[in-house]
Design a protein around this ligand. Sequence first.
Ligand SMILES: CC(C)(COP(=O)(O)OP(=O)(O)OC[C@H]1O[C@@H](n2cnc3c(N)ncnc32)[C@H](O)[C@@H]1OP(=O)(O)O)[C@@H](O)C(=O)NCCC(=O)NCCS
Length: 174
Amino acid sequence: MTLEISSRDSNTKVILLSEDDWARYRDIRLAALAHDESAFGGNYDSESEFTESTWRQKASQYVGILAVIDGADCGFMTVENLKGDFGATCWVGSCWVDPKFRQRGVLRSLFSFVDSLADQRNWGVQGLGVWVDNSGAISAYENIGFEKMGEPQESSRKAGMFYQRMIRSVKEAS
Ligand SMILES: CC(C)(COP(=O)(O)OP(=O)(O)OC[C@H]1O[C@@H](n2cnc3c(N)ncnc32)[C@H](O)[C@@H]1OP(=O)(O)O)[C@@H](O)C(=O)NCCC(=O)NCCS
């Protein structure tokens, strides 16, 4: 499924990836880890060893949303359906925009696309976790309509690191 969204200074195409798009899903996830591993719970060395069947399993559980500008895959996030904290109906992960395309509304376009499918896919109350010291991402999420919820939680994957939960409801988001 594809949606063309007019973002601030370019035409961004946003695509819902299927399991068969696993190689595209893999490539942008590994690019995210190569550039910004400290922003995520995963790590490049282990994910670069994943097999096709692992990527296919990831792509079906954590649905990939991809932003494309002028043919370049430049922004990514995943959405998993679950009953999460604070009434979340889905959990967003792996948000990343290629540094060359930041501050141009790509993340906002990814969320507009998810919002357009909210009723159909039960994506109306979106939750995520972000490291407490990732102030740039926290500001971006707040501008898009997320609110901080609850106390910081310690990561089970990265001991000693804490994440902030944030929630956004589509009907209340700007
Ligand atoms: C966080 C990130 C995904 C934002 O992507 P982006 O495409 O640059 O975001 P957008 O351009 O859509 O910005 C959305 C809003 O947030 C604001 N914003 C974006 N980055 C910001 C920053 N670093 N500091 C403050 N505000 C920021 C924008 O100005 C915009 O606000 P506005 O529309 O009200 O003017 C991107 O910086 C990134 O990939 N960072 C590294 C990986 C990361 O930290 N991921 C989060 C893991 S939880």
